[in-house]
Design a protein around this ligand. Structure first.
Ligand code: ATP
Length: 305
């Protein structure tokens, strides 16, 4: 069955059991075309199993998925790029051949794959590695080569399982740029991670999975709005009783106090400090990061599971 939609991928009620372990317990996903989408979850949450079901590498026990209009994802595998969690390239192949080889597996002409491979390596600042054998490359460099191989056939959908793990900060930055360039080319990118900083910077939408179930789906801003704003306040002078004028959850941090901005706003807190003579030397108010939301949702999700 083929269905045209604004979503590159939809999944409903996906379930997978391994023996007695219910690894994925009914996950729904809808990935809009042209979006960078993050599947976030702690170790063992079921991310890899979900991605493998979406790609048709394994079949779900229940639920269905439609990928690029096909209910059997393997039928459209030439239009998909995939970086698996377990990395692996033939050690005796040269980097440019490894890229061409991965392209050929998805139907790309070998010579064209080699040409694009050299071009992509140069663009990624790895031109010097094009003629090197995979076994001579560092683990991180080999990982980038494999990533380039997963995109060489210019897929419409790129699925990357934990692409940042094992890369140093410079190469993580390089990978972020590559993902953005793929999105600008028109691809849809679905990647899994448990490092929130990448997701916060890159993703237009995210799903948080814990204990085999989806605990959140939406934009990063929607996720961050789930927790109240946090204030960091520095009193002008402290005589030991400052905390009595602050909300009960205020905890001393560095030169001041951290607390959740109360429902009635920050103004009453400031008024109390000024009236009591403590004054206010500094104040910053920030949305909690994705990290805090992730920890909260995962704890709740794992307790529920
Ligand atoms: P990580 O971040 O650690 O890679 P993940 O979110 O990708 O974790 P999965 O690899 O999908 O999680 O695993 C989910 C659960 O299913 C885990 O408890 C795992 O041990 C189990 N599991 C996954 N694959 C298999 C398998 N082939 N046989 C048995 N159990 C499996």
């Amino acid at each position: 069955m083929r269905v045209q939609s604004d979503f590159v991928l939809t999944a409903t009620g996906l379930e997978k059991r391994f023996g007695r372990k219910l690894a994925v317990a009914g996950v729904d996903l809808a990935v809009p075309r042209g979006c960078i989408y993050g599947v976030l979850g702690p170790n063992g949450a079921g991310k890899t199993t979900t991605l493998r079901m979406l790609l048709g590498i394994i079949d779900p026990d229940a639920g269905e998925r439609i990928v690029l209009g096909a209910s059997r994802p393997r039928e459209v595998s030439d239009r998909i790029g995939y970086l698996p969690e377990e990395r692996g390239l033939y050690p005796s192949m040269k980097a440019r051949e490894a890229i061409a080889f991965m392209g050929a597996l998805r139907g790309l002409d070998w010579a064209e794959g080699r040409r694009r491979g050299v071009e992509m390596l140069e663009a990624a600042g790895l031109g010097h590695a094009a003629g090197e054998k995979i076994r001579a490359l560092s683990k991180g460099m080999a990982q980038l080569v494999q990533l380039l191989g997963s995109m060489v056939h210019r897929p419409e959908l790129l699925v990357l399982d934990e692409p940042f793990s094992g890369l140093d900060p410079v190469n993580q930055e390089k990978l972020e740029q590559l993902i953005l360039a793929e999105r600008d080319r028109g691809a849809t990118i679905l990647f899994s991670t448990h490092v929130m900083a990448h997701a916060q910077r890159l993703c237009e939408r995210i799903a948080i999975i814990a204990g085999g179930k989806r605990r959140f789906e939406g934009t990063v801003d929607e996720a961050r709005a789930l927790l109240p704003m946090r204030a960091h306040l520095v009193p002008r002078s402290g005589n030991g009783d400052t905390a009595t004028f602050l909300p009960p959850d205020a905890s001393p941090v560095r030169d001041g106090f951290d607390f959740e901005v109360p429902a009635e706003g920050i103004e009453p807190v400031l008024a109390r400090l000024i009236e009591s003579g403590h004054g206010v030397a500094g104040l910053s108010i920030e949305r909690p990061g994705l990290h805090e939301i992730f920890v909260k949702l995962v704890r709740e999700g794992e307790a529920a599971a």
